[in-house]
Design a protein around this ligand. Structure first.
Ligand code: SF4
Ligand code: SF4
Length: 144
């Protein structure tokens, strides 16, 4: 459990979010795109040649690199294990669902909490944001 302190208050990720591994965020007909650092990280994690990684796992369209979709989900998603490339996943995957845009607009909080059952929406928007702000200040944009 990661604990971060603000003044005398301790805030943990689990105070606002606990992944149920429902898999929703890894499903769809497209995936997030991978920037250069994402690609390098994934290649390193998989321990394969870049060409092999590209051939087996990436969908490349012009300068856009995404992960392949198989059976309606990211090729790295396994129903039993979840993300099978966890440490090599793109940064946008690591940002979900505690996205900073939640702080900007309650409608973003509503939309994300509707999609992600791990969000503790029962806290209410103001309290959720207060805790998220503390976590983001300590950890940057990649909390999960
Ligand atoms: S949608 Fe939320 S709860 Fe479901 S797997 Fe993704 S992060 Fe976890
Ligand atoms: S890389 Fe992992 S977290 Fe990202 S969509 Fe694929 S399975 Fe999900």
């Amino acid at each position: 459990m990661r604990v971060m302190q603000s003044g005398h208050e301790e805030v943990t990720v689990e105070d606002i979010f606990s992944c149920t591994r429902c898999g929703y965020c890894c499903h769809g007909e497209t995936t997030v795109s991978l920037d250069d650092r994402d690609q390098e990280r994934m290649v390193r994690k998989l321990g394969l040649d870049r060409e092999e990684v590209a051939h087996r796992f990436w969908r490349i369209s012009g300068s856009i690199v995404q992960m392949k979709v198989v059976d309606g989900h990211c090729i790295f998603y396994d129903p039993d294990q979840g993300c099978t490339v966890h440490e090599g996943r793109p940064w946008r995957c690591g940002q979900w669902p505690l996205h900073p845009s939640i702080l900007a607009d309650e409608s973003n909080f509503s939309a994300i909490s509707e999609s992600c059952p791990g969000i503790r929406k029962e806290l209410g928007y103001e309290e959720f944001c207060r805790r998220l702000r503390i976590l983001l200040e300590r950890e940057g944009n990649l909390i999960c």
